[in-house]
Design a protein around this ligand. Structure first.
Ligand code: PLP
Length: 425
């Protein structure tokens, strides 16, 4: 165990000495010729192996409660997969449409639908307003930003707190800015801060539809709904029930997938909303897809007949990835005091979000790259890649083997120390 460096209340002379020692340690690590990668928020191969049973699981039995899964059709997805999605997202089965291997496709379609078609007739299409903008709590998930950029939707940010988006800021925007057309977030184990939206935040999000303009929508990407690292897991209040209480179901879109449950490249996904909303949505997307891969939906439904099967499976993921999170958190705790930065200790999801001292994120990332450790580029968790304080760094510990994580996080900690000391001396 390394002793934490103390840099507060030190004389300039002492700081210089500490800096020289850290510089030496950095050079030593650099000379090791490392090639490590902490950028990829994806499962490791051993996690993917947990789902290899999907191959061959049907054993030639294609029977489902819906139409023949081998044929074209039924864009809603098979009833068994809709039921599974409903359990994971806490909705009714009829409020679910089951998609293919990417919930991002379903999100893209949802935003595109609102851009092009509008909910209250053609004049309500978001694209009719060149200033239309989506609210994002930051730091957040870059691919959501990419969808907005791709479809020509502006973005405005609010701070992320430990309980979810800063709802005072969200409500203020919704009330005062008529161009605000939506709020997009990740309600459980948010990417990257790992926070779970509190009951109060869920309730206030559900109530937004009552104070917002009629074209306002809430998009909640529940990508990490079942990705717990601790048991009992922190609960997320039921978002659809909250919307029902406020009569705002039609302004709520929920998404989830099995991308980090089974195969990231071969899972299934879900979108949930009011049945009325979904009927329009289904009619819209059927122009692009006659039906998603229902054979794969059936495979997933056979693998997960109920939520107990999902939980048992996710505990196996936890057993594989928890040690990786532990080593990251232990190393950060051992090496870095709050003088160097702050970070979250996630109870689930895929990331650790680190906030360095302002102005240092890009320097730390460059130092790490020079020492052979690739980190997510600075600003990635902000719209237009602009972190106004240049402090946030997303660490993704799941994909590399434990030994590589251990080394990479040591290098990261030393880079944080060095960048901070260089800024002080
Ligand atoms: C918050 C979030 N949503 C969605 C995705 C991607 O989901 P899918 O594979 O279902 O498109 C990711 C992947 O990292 C994610 O972190």
């Amino acid at each position: 165990m390394t002793t934490q460096l103390q840099i507060s209340n030190q004389s300039p002379e002492t700081l210089k000495n500490i800096q020289a020692q850290v510089q030496q340690r950095y050079q030593q690590l650099k000379s090791e010729g490392l090639s490590l990668d902490l950028t990829r928020g994806k499962p490791a191969s051993d996690q993917l192996d947990l789902s290899n049973q999907l191959d061959g699981i049907l054993e030639g039995d294609y029977s489902s409660a819906g139409p023949d899964v081998r044929n074209y059709g039924d864009v809603w997805g098979i009833p068994e997969a809709r039921r599974l999605g409903a359990e994971i997202m806490g909705t009714k089965s009829e409020e679910i449409l089951t998609g293919g291997n990417a919930s991002l496709t379903l999100m893209f379609f949802a935003v595109q639908y609102h851009m092009n078609k509008g909910w209250n007739g053609p004049e309500s299409a978001w694209s009719k307003n060149p200033n239309a903008k989506m609210i994002f709590p930051v730091p957040g998930y870059d691919r959501h930003f990419t969808i907005c950029e791709t479809l020509g939707l502006d973005m405005v940010t609010v701070p992320m707190t430990k309980d979810g988006p800063d709802m005072d800021a969200v409500e203020e925007l919704v009330r005062t800015d008529p161009d605000v057309i939506g709020l997009w977030g990740v309600p459980k184990y948010s990417n990257p801060t790992g926070c779970v939206y509190s009951e109060e935040v869920v309730e206030r999000i559900a109530a937004l539809g009552t104070i917002a303009n009629p074209n306002f929508k809430v998009l909640m990407d529940n990508a990490y709904a079942v990705h717990d690292l601790v048991y009992p897991a922190p609960p997320l209040a039921n978002m659809m029930d909250a919307a029902r209480r406020h009569g705002t179901e039609s302004s709520l879109w929920l998404f989830a997938s099995t991308s980090k449950v089974t195969f990231s490249g071969g899972g299934i996904s879900w979108v949930a909303s009011s049945t009325e909303n979904l009927a329009h949505y289904a009619k819209y997307i059927v122009a692009a897809v006659i039906g998603f891969d229902r054979v794969n939906q059936l495979r997933h439904a056979r693998m997960f007949p109920d939520m107990d099967a999902v939980t048992a499976h996710m505990k196996k993921h936890k057993d594989l990835i928890k040690p990786k999170f532990d080593v990251v958190l232990e190393t950060l705790g051992n090496e870095l005091s709050q003088d160097f930065g702050t970070w979250n200790e996630p109870e689930g999801g895929y990331f650790v979000s680190f906030d360095a001292k302002p102005g240092l994120a890009s320097i730390i990332i460059a130092l790490a790259a020079d020492a052979g450790v690739k980190l997510t580029p600075a600003g990635s968790a902000f719209p237009y890649k602009q972190d106004p304080r240049d402090c946030n760094i997303r660490l993704a510990p799941t994909a590399p083997p434990l030994a590589e994580i251990t080394k990479a996080i040591e290098v990261f900690a030393v880079c944080v120390q060095l960048a901070t000391l260089n800024s002080l001396v």
